[in-house]
Design a protein. Structure first.
Length: 108
């Protein structure tokens, strides 16, 4: 099976210090998604900007982006997809609640 290996270096949740992680990902999923193609395009874009290492996702300030900074844009895209393909979201009442990045903290 064709695949691509994504090499990550950094501090990860629950770990101390910087570590390497290798994530093998199939080139094309059973549903036809092509992560290998999109990872390649992202790396080409960075190469064109002479960025050879560092943070993968940047915010407008040029610092490392947080997941929450993409949430509104992500929800807008999901709403647009739902408009065109409502059957994909037939079981979803509220996009933000179903796909939000923040999980509620339950205390006893």
């Amino acid at each position: 099976m064709k695949h691509v290996v994504i090499a990550l270096l950094g501090r990860f949740k629950g770990e101390t210090g910087e570590n390497y992680h290798l994530m093998p990902v199939v080139a094309t999923t059973n549903r036809g998604l092509e992560p290998r193609k999109w990872i390649g395009r992202l790396l080409q874009e960075y190469e064109g900007r002479l960025i050879m290492n560092g943070t993968l996702f940047w915010n407008r300030l040029g610092t490392r982006a947080q997941v929450s900074e993409f949430e509104d844009m992500f929800f807008e895209r999901l709403d647009a997809v739902r408009e065109h393909r409502p059957k994909l979201f037939s079981a979803v009442e509220e996009i933000g609640e179903e796909y939000g990045v923040f999980w509620p903290i339950f205390t006893s």
